[in-house]
Design a binder for this molecule. Sequence first.
Ligand code: NZQ
Ligand code: ZN
Length: 392
Amino acid sequence: MNNFRFDVATDVRFGKDRLDELPEVLSQFGKNVLLVYGGGSIKKNGLYDKLQTVLKEFTVTELAGVEPNPRVETVAKGAKLCQEHDIDVILAVGGGSTIDCAKVISGAALSDLETWDFVKARNYKGKTIPLVDILTLAATGSEMNRGAVISNMTTNEKLGVHGWNFLPKASFLDPSLTFSVSKYQTAAGSADIMSHLIENYFSETTGADVQDFTAEGLMRAVIKNCPIALETPDDYDARANLMWASTWALNGLTGNGKGGTWSCHPMEHELSAYYDITHGVGLAILTPRWMKFTLNADTEGKFAQFARNVWNVQESVDHLAALEGIQKLYDYFVACGIPMTLPEVGINEEKFSEMAQGAVNHSSIEKNAYVPLTAADVQAIYEDCLTPSSYL
Ligand code: NZQ
Ligand code: ZN
């Protein structure tokens, strides 16, 4: 296990009916609030109206319309609002896109850099405006981490940017706020959680049993609870388990102490940057194909561990167990209703070579991924996503 620092001091307020605690939390930072939200789901499900009452003692400026795959232009708009209205605290209400947008606003508002240059720097060490969020979709883990992902559709770039001060000061995690999430976004969010755990799990660092066994348990929790939430959207415990799994999948617990870079995320971010697809769906399509591509004599032991500990595969031969595990993951995504080929989400081979080069250019996937991948490898994985797959 490698050295690491684990410092995630987000004040988590988990559970239902806790919005009356919001004024006390926000008041620590001031009275001028920038309320950031997405395309209207909070208006449809009644949360926006509740916030009008809860926030009556505050001066609220609004930034509405944050896009899924949040755009750099929206970040710039929010940063300008913070400067013009002397914002003390940002309140992000929504999924990962809204929280990510708010994180980057919180730094860009205090920086001299032009917004896309701010993102392209990839790492921000400066001050931020404090951020509080109310999470409405279990997926990204943005509610308890320092990362954000912003898209520039003009240049077809979707880039992650980290900031030591991007970590939310407080996150309100009310599972009942996710009852209204569509089946498609519930499945996509669950695939994203699975992917974060898988990306952390398959690393060259050995001896990190705490991280790996925790990841296995979190994966089992997602595998169990996503189908329940799909069947019964207002099942509180299913939603609660998905929400808490999302937070723990990407707050450092299962990734810190392990080296190397991720594989499927850099490949997916290219798909989103060119075709604006749903992040979790792209990951679900890519992950089984990436697994098959990287399965070899060196990796089959870890893939077999994944198959046995996560999917209860009984096969004793590692290579065969590994294939069974990949098949189970694929079948699980199919059962969750996720389209499992690229053509089904409107992507054909036209931009494969450009996107494959982008994945290599925008990440260190070619150097220190679990199995290093060249642009040609990435292109082969994209090509494998054109048709349905079978591993047994
Ligand atoms: O925009 P609104 O109207 O709110 O609708 C959203 C959006 O259309 C809807 N939604 C959210 N909560 C809802 C709801 N609909 C009904 N009821 C609710 N309670 O769901 C749609 C998707 O929302 P979005 O925020 O885009 O989804 P998600 O949370 O999956 O975030 C995806 C973004 O996060 C990035 C992704 O790349 C993508 O840009 N990621 C961020 C990470 C991080 N910060 O650590 C890591 C991830 O790997 C990921 O890259
Ligand atoms: Zn993700």
